[in-house]
Design a protein around this ligand. Structure first.
Ligand code: ZN
Ligand code: ZN
Length: 299
């Protein structure tokens, strides 16, 4: 599997001179499977630049973790939705409140949008994906509810002997010490367990988290403890707070690396996600480097 990060900012886009290196677009990851087909993880503002060429033979699969704006805002600007005949399958969490289609239509409808879902030229289908496993091309996909605000999924995607766990919005501890929690009670544990690569929430410093308990996101200490307990080969820290400048994220990266090594982790095993990064997910624990290419953000 290969990945490209099109957006790794949390909560709201954060463009500007202070965020050029890590990027300002919200969550979107492009995943290229072993047969060359694609999956798109979340539809934050990063999806606008993704530029997938619609293929009338193959549906485009978009896996939404949840429907907060930073994970769907780019949908309205995803060009293939406006190509007649393109088949697009949008997966997301169920809710007792309304169907996935109706909840997304609250955004793609007046007065927030100039079109309605039913007017989109593409052939769009909506699939609710809680506690379900399914196959897309060579990939086996598993969805599971995780701790966040509102119905939210994490995904585990297996392809050709490698496994990606994607849990961008996650508060596994929710105020309880993870060190004292049994594996079976840790949200998202099975999704991340011994994955080749874990992409995980790391929105707050520990000091910031004190004022954001229950907001649905992770402090550094819980992100590292979650990684330590679940044992993935590699970890990408994701969903950067919009208030964190490049300089602040460099400081967090340094703190993450130092603390990880104190927890007996390998140097370079945990990295910060950055927009434009291209990565290859490899099965071997000693495969270096993780980041195999990078395109700087435009401008
Ligand atoms: Zn988010
Ligand atoms: Zn969220």
């Amino acid at each position: 599997m290969k990945l490209r990060i099109w957006g790794c900012r949390g909560s709201i886009p954060a463009p500007g001179a202070e965020t050029m290196r890590y990027g300002g677009n919200t969550s979107c990851v492009e995943l290229t499977l072993s047969d060359g087909s694609k999956l798109i993880l979340d539809a934050g503002t990063g999806i606008r630049d993704l530029g997938i060429v619609p293929d009338l033979e193959q549906p485009i699969h978009i896996l939404l973790t949840h429907l907060h704006m930073d994970h769907i805002q780019g949908l309205m600007f995803f060009e293939p939705l406006f190509h007649a005949g393109t088949e697009i399958c949008i997966w997301g969490p169920p809710s007792p409140e309304a169907s996935l289609r109706d909840r997304i239509a609250r955004y793609i409808s007046a007065p927030l949008a100039p079109v309605e879902v039913r007017e989109l030229p593409a052939l769009v289908s909506f699939r609710e994906a809680d506690a379900l496993e399914w196959q897309v091309g060579p990939a086996r996909i598993r969805a599971m509810a995780v701790n966040h605000r509102g119905p939210t999924l994490g995904y585990r995607i297996e392809d050709a002997g490698t496994t990606l766990a994607y849990i961008p919005d996650h508060e596994p501890g929710l105020g309880a010490p993870l060190q004292e929690t049994d594996d079976e009670w840790i949200s998202g544990f099975d999704l991340a367990h011994r994955a080749s690569l874990l992409i995980h929430d790391c929105q707050y410093t520990d000091a910031e988290y004190a004022g954001h308990l229950g907001w649905g996101h992770c402090p550094i200490s819980d992100a590292l403890e979650f990684a330590h307990r679940t044992g993935p080969d590699r970890v990408l820290m994701f969903h950067h707070d919009p208030l964190h400048s490049d300089r602040a994220l460099d400081q967090i990266a340094h703190e993450v690396a130092t603390r990880w090594q104190c927890m007996t982790g390998r140097a370079g095993q945990v990295e910060m996600a950055a927009e434009g990064h291209e990565l290859e997910v490899l099965p071997a624990a000693d495969a270096d480097p993780l980041v195999v290419g990078s395109t700087p953000p435009p401008g």
